[in-house]
Design a protein around this ligand. Structure first.
Ligand SMILES: Nc1nc2c(c(=O)[nH]1)N[C@H]1C(S)=C(S)[C@@H](COP(=O)(O)O)O[C@H]1N2
Ligand SMILES: [Mo]
Length: 314
């Protein structure tokens, strides 16, 4: 695509619509935010042990990243256009076309206006100090920190303020949370909860599942994220399925509601097989459900049950 010819349109329930070039956007106030980008399907593989989830990618704990984004706060652009009466949601459209059952359409999604007016939500043109890489949305994307990745629309071409959430397939049909008894065939779409805010979550990145280690002190490391603008306050690890917990050290990002926190715990492991689990607690004292069974849903979203690895110490 041609960044020079690219125009972002801002319309719908606004006082005056806008057409902004990349240069126009760069001239507006710039803000940097370090934020997690997490797919709602992160850790889906942990749910497939309860019951199969056909047709969806069985992500491990790696459908997540953390980057330093820079761009114009969406708020600046919305206030410039003037939020019109009745506006409740900011809907985004990307340039990419998706093949649907009734022809092709552009990728899209929305966030509530209240979130869109938060200072942390960016129209980002940089990632880690470089222009956005094309697979991450060059030349412009939404970064909605603390929300599922699906709402951070890449290759952004339009913003519409409207009364209702986006009717785009990816908002109205996908990324909805259903109770465990719902299935693809029985699910009533209107009963599904639209996913927005991320959930408190923690994952063990090292050692990997199935690792063979030397008995003795073992460094267990991973990431933790909070949802809803909360902070990660504590991460615990256990080798007896949550009987006794060892508190991990929070290494970075712990006081930031949008970034991940990296953590480390040193466990003394004797020879033999060990099952290590981790869980986080946030600033509202919420913690994670113990089992995948509690959170299973047929689309495989939002798995924030305790993450575990099996290791052998020799
Ligand atoms: N235009 C557009 N934006 C999109 C998508 C897409 O397919 N098209 N995928 C979404 C989903 S589901 C996720 S998880 C994130 C992934 O962002 P990343 O590729 O920068 O990691 O982008 C979101 N934005
Ligand atoms: Mo995603």
């Amino acid at each position: 695509m041609d960044p020079d010819g690219h125009r972002l349109s801002v319309g719908g329930l606004v006082e005056g619509s806008l057409e902004l070039s990349m240069e126009d956007l760069r001239e507006r106030p710039r803000r940097e935010v370090t934020a997690v980008m997490e797919c709602a399907g992160n850790r889906r593989d942990g749910l497939t042990g309860v019951a199969p989830i056909p047709g969806e990618t069985p992500w491990g704990a790696g459908a997540i990243g953390n980057a330093r984004w820079a761009g114009v706060p969406l708020r600046e652009v919305l206030l410039e256009a003037g939020v019109g009466e009745g506006a409740r949601h900011a809907a985004f459209a990307g340039l990419d076309e998706v093949e649907g059952d009734d022809g092709s359409f552009n990728y899209g999604g929305s966030i509530p206006l209240q979130k869109a007016l938060g200072p942390e939500v960016l129209l980002a043109y940089e990632m880690n100090g470089e222009p956005l890489p094309r697979e991450h949305g060059f030349p412009l994307r939404v970064v909605a920190p603390g929300y599922i990745g699906a709402r951070s629309v890449k290759w952004l071409s339009g913003i519409t303020l409207q009364e209702e959430p986006s009717d785009n397939h990816f908002q109205a049909h996908e990324y909805k949370l259903f109770p465990p008894n719902a299935t693809e065939e029985t699910a009533d779409l209107s009963e599904g909860m639209m996913l927005g805010e991320l959930q408190l979550n923690a994952a063990i990145c090292e050692p990997g599942d199935g690792a063979k280690l030397t008995a003795g002190p073992v460094s267990v490391r991973g990431y933790a994220i909070a949802g809803g603008g909360h902070r990660v306050r504590r991460v615990d690890v256990s080798t007896d399925e949550g009987g006794i917990w060892t508190r991990a050290d929070l290494r970075e990002g712990a006081d930031d509601p949008w970034a991940w926190s990296l953590w480390e715990a040193i466990l003394e492991l004797g020879p033999g097989e060990h099952s290590i689990v981790a869980r986080a607690l946030d600033s509202s004292a919420a913690t994670q459900p113990a089992t995948a069974k509690e959170v299973w849903n047929f689309k495989g979203y939002a798995n924030n049950s305790w993450h575990g690895v099996e290791v052998t110490a020799l």
